[in-house]
Design a protein around this ligand. Structure first.
Ligand code: KG4
Ligand code: ZN
Length: 373
């Protein structure tokens, strides 16, 4: 087990890491994550989840999440340092999610990250959670091509982005959801189907035994006159709830597997259709699919098939890096450090509803004006 004491000597892990060492902290929802990245390389990642504590309420209870972060913060950071063979004094920077997310949950992570940065005497970077999801892929597949189209699909967000240099350039939104996020649709429909929380993985598991052609669920906003890159999942959610209701009224047992497979097919179809349309329209040859819903087996499969047919390279992070984790925040911190970005002040605060405009959530004159070769 490592300890937090300062030590003049570089530890074994630090001697092996060639670049500067960045600790990333994530606490925006129900996962407390700590990850360590150096020069684009993942050195450690640890996640503690309070998911089980929320299950009986059918969704995340913000106060329970915040308290769980408080309990998990220190052990998770200790374990990450231990995995990497590092001490606190080996760190060169700390990056932390400052938004968007649950206010109390973000506060705990930020307070902890500030304390660590202050204790270690290193700079602190405030990171946008969704930029973290994007950067997660670099830990597996290396630097992102410039430009690339990114499809972010999580529990709270669904967006199609044109990403140039992730930490230097503004992030261009091609389209966003006009109502529910894809993950939210899975979570809410799972509840109606009587599946456990979190709904996305439960729908994915149930769908394996189902037939995706059983129910012709709508493909929202895919008409000729619709915005080609905007998403809407609230109508689909209602259609699935109505289907379940109609079935129950007949007194028959609900064919959950068929419903799950059909819903998953509709979501995967809409997501990948729009993402590939964006690649074609912007002549971009790489699609990156990230966020919790990128863990969905059908989304991954259909994206693979459609990208192969269109000659587009598909990048999807491994499952453990799709859902919330600290490594993705460390990955953004590492990019910011290498780009010479200005760190945050220790007075930096959270922004629970931060729009995704830049990867860093505080003014970073460095990367926006300075180009590093
Ligand atoms: O990115 P994430 O971990 O947290 C947010 O930033 O929201 O995403 C969580 C979402 C939840 O809605 C969860 O149900 C969904 O990702 N999810 C999945 C799968 N694994 C997680 N949805 C469908 N299939 C999965 N295998
Ligand atoms: Zn997330």
């Amino acid at each position: 087990m490592c300890n937090y004491t300062h030590c003049a000597q570089r530890s074994e892990g630090a001697a092996m890491a060639q670049g500067r060492i960045v600790l990333g902290i994530e606490s925006s929802c129900d996962e407390t994550g700590a990850g360590i990245v150096s020069d684009g390389r993942l050195l450690a990642q640890v996640v503690a989840s309070s998911m089980d504590e929320h299950a009986r309420f059918g969704g995340v209870v913000p106060e329970i999440a915040a308290r769980a972060h408080l309990h998990s913060f220190t052990p998770v950071v200790r374990e990450a340092l231990s995995q990497a063979g590092l001490r606190l004094s080996d760190l060169d920077a700390v990056a932390v999610t400052t938004g968007p997310g649950l206010s109390g949950a973000l506060q705990v992570g930020l307070a902890g990250a500030k304390s660590l940065a202050y204790a270690a005497g290193v700079p602190l970077y405030g990171v946008h959670h969704l930029a973290g999801h994007v950067a997660a892929d670099t830990l597996e597949h290396g630097p992102l091509p410039n430009p690339c189209v990114v499809l972010i699909v999580s529990g709270g967000h669904t967006s199609l982005l044109l990403v140039r240099d992730l930490v230097r350039d503004p992030i261009l939104h091609l389209g966003d959801t006009v109502d529910d996020a894809a993950g939210e649709c899975f979570d809410k429909v799972a509840r109606v189907f009587g599946l456990p929380y979190p709904g996305g993985p439960a729908i994915d598991r149930a769908a394996r035994a189902g037939d995706p052609c059983t129910v012709a669920f709508p493909r929202p906003l895919t008409g000729a006159k619709d915005d080609p890159y905007a998403f809407s999942f609230s109508g689909l959610k209602t259609a699935a709830a109505r289907w379940a209701e109609r079935h129950r009224q007949t007194g028959e047992e609900l064919p959950v597997a068929d419903g799950a497979a059909s819903l998953q097919e509709a979501v995967a179809d809409v997501l990948t259709r729009k993402a590939l349309a964006a690649c074609r329209a912007y002549a971009v040859s790489t699609l990156v699919v990230v966020g919790g819903v990128a863990a969905n087996s059908r989304v991954r499969e259909l994206a693979g098939e459609r990208c192969a047919a269109a000659g587009v390279e598909l990048r999807v992070p491994p499952l453990a890096l799709c859902t919330d984790n600290g490594a993705m925040i460390a990955a953004v911190g590492d990019l910011l450090v290498r780009a010479g970005a200005a760190p945050a002040q220790l007075s930096v605060s959270i922004d629970p509803s931060a729009p995704l405009e830049y990867a860093a959530l505080h003014p970073v004159a460095g990367p926006r004006s300075v180009r590093v070769a």
